[in-house]
Write a protein that binds this ligand. Structure first.
Ligand SMILES: [Zn+2]
Length: 148
């Protein structure tokens, strides 16, 4: 059983082993894998789905189709830490405002990039947000703040 498979059930982003898991998945990933595929497909990272992904990549300054083989060490580092910090913020605020809980109430985390917000432009530079269908879900990104 590979490290990735073994960790699938257990390692959450809040656990101390998350960084080890992240680095193991990184080593097992082909350089041509896009960052969306890396983070949000095949359950490599439990809890990271398409919706959550948009804000992680926005804060990391990386566009969803970037191949992981092109990352610098600094970008890997930023991706690892942003993944943790964005998910922690969402958890602390009771989820994203684009999702409803069991009682029908939206979460308190204000999603930066989603189907609701993308028309109002980039929250940082004010430029237009690109929306594309990619790997089974819409991706949203700012081509200026998340350059290729
Ligand atoms: Zn921007």
């Amino acid at each position: 059983m590979s490290i990735t498979k073994k960790s699938k059930q257990a390692v959450s982003v809040f656990s101390p082993e998350f960084e080890t898991h992240f680095q193991a998945v990184r080593r097992e990933s082909k350089p041509i894998l896009s960052v969306k595929a890396f983070l949000a497909t095949e359950q490599r990272f439990p809890g990271i789905g398409n919706g959550v992904l948009q804000d992680i990549l926005f804060e990391a300054g990386i566009p969803p189709k970037r191949k992981v083989g092109t990352f610098t060490e600094a970008e890997w580092d930023r991706l690892l830490h942003t993944t943790g910090s964005v998910l922690r913020k969402m958890w602390e605020k009771g989820g994203r405002d684009t999702e409803k809980d069991l009682f029908g109430s939206p979460g308190g985390y204000r999603t930066k990039l989603s189907k609701i917000t993308y028309r109002s432009g980039c929250p940082v530079c004010g430029g237009p947000i690109t929306k594309e269908a990619y790997l089974g879900g819409s991706v949203y990104y700012c081509p200026v703040c998340q350059p290729n």
